[in-house]
Design a binder for this molecule. Sequence first.
Ligand code: NAD
Ligand code: 44H
Length: 496
Amino acid sequence: MEPLNRSTFSPLAQIGVSAPPTPGMIHLGLGNFHRAHTAVYTARAMEAAGGDWGISAFGHRSRGVVDAMTAQDDLYSVLQLSPQGESAQVVDVHRRFGILTEDPTAVVAEIADPARRILTLTVSEGGYGWSPNARGLDLEDPAIRADLAAGTGASDRSGAAPRTVVGTIARGIERRAASGEPFTIQSCDNLQGNGDVARAVVTQFLQEAGADEDVLRFAGTRAGFPNSMVDRIVPSTTDDTRRSVERLLGVRDEAPVRTEEFTMWVMQEDHPGGRPGWEAGGAVISDQVDRYELVKLRLVNASQSLLAYLGVLQGIPTIPGTWQRPAVQDTVLAQIRRDALPTIPLPDGLDPEEYIASLVRRWENVPLADSTSRIASLGSIRLPQRIPVAALQHLREGRMPHVFALLIAGWIATIVQPDGVAVTPEMEAVDEPARERILHAVGSATAPREIARAVLDAGFLGHDLPREEAFTERVGGLLEVIARHGIEAAMKDAVG
Ligand SMILES: NC(=O)c1ccc[n+]([C@@H]2O[C@H](COP(=O)([O-])OP(=O)(O)OC[C@H]3O[C@@H](n4cnc5c(N)ncnc54)[C@H](O)[C@@H]3O)[C@@H](O)[C@H]2O)c1
Ligand SMILES: O=P(O)(O)OC[C@@H](O)[C@@H](O)[C@H](O)[C@H](O)CO
């Protein structure tokens, strides 16, 4: 099979148009999501409205995608999977590549370059250096402390390269301030108020590092940090993905992405250096992004997390496979209708029943086969964005969010694996970066109620939730049911 490259790809199978040689944007976090989402909107925007909006893209650590795309003349394909069928098309908008951790100064130079007007980010919730408990920069993080100690302008002289995303952006902003050319930092991560968080960490970093007044003024007045809600399920690429692309396009692509038909991007208008006409790809400009973000985090992501823990605890490898169980459907819909929806001020014009129906179609997507262990991973980073604020709202109004309590119990069961919980291969595949700290917090406790109390009291879901004694008790009770009688019984208990 011939490799994908400029001589083998057919423009008929292309999404949008090819970008011109000089990039107008930078992207940090060249992984799967960006290539199935922002890059696709950008290719369509340039087709409809033109513009030099090619992308200079940086992976974080791994060379996999960067090397594969470089060998393929910058090209890759997007495989769209649904019960109705499959299709594959090629995207051609990336013009330069790099690896942030190998050469952070290249990113600093890119941000300083007046030809670039936007930096998009998919560096995951953990990439911002944001501490939800401190509601600011995570000053406990040794890498951030090292970047701060190096200073900003001074560190350029000392030659110490930044190690963190926020340190790199701050250094770039400092250099850009010298030219005064406006710049936008467009977060595309699943964080509530993702633009506000990006603005907060960059500004605090500059202040703590002792940046000049001119730089702080530039960051405050000439830099945009629009909030945005992004939504498209993009599971990891597998050999099946590559084989499907071969079958559909007749070429070998080493770095395709697989995704669903559904795609959504809602953003604030705050792009002082201009932006691609992303509306052409279906993006929505709105002043109600905060509402869309809540809809996304609490209906899509919180349901996905629940499905994931219910799945791994039952040894089911995929989200659609988990959804097929009737008890799971009742539990997920109960979480959506009773626990999540009442906490969300809905955006104007959004019909909740239509939205739920579209969600159900997404969970039913057997060909996409998103994996339960992908979503069950990183719970200590993902769940704080999805659950505590909504749970607290119910508790303070005198209601118990039973299914949220089950979701937390499912996460604890997956990570701590108390006696009585049958360990499945899917549970073993869950990547939880806080596992050691969670087990340390649990210490010698063996009773499920004690385990739940220890995990919540340690602040993994913030410090306000554990003050709600009844919630801790409910999580502990459900953990006990999971350990003694299994997850089916716990679902029945939570749903009533
Ligand atoms: N995959 C999806 O379905 C999806 C949907 C909506 C939003 N997102 C957002 O996109 C992010 C990335 O998802 P993906 O599917 O592309 O994942 P991925 O694993 O394919 O790529 C993630 C990228 O972020 C980088 N990264 C991870 N941790 C980092 C850190 N601490 N500092 C800097 N960079 C870091 C990785 O190295 C990689 O380049 C998610 O965390 C989420 O916020 C993903
Ligand atoms: O990407 P994260 O880390 O915020 O969460 C993992 C999944 O929930 C997420 O990737 C979803 O698939 C996505 O948010 C759907 O749009």
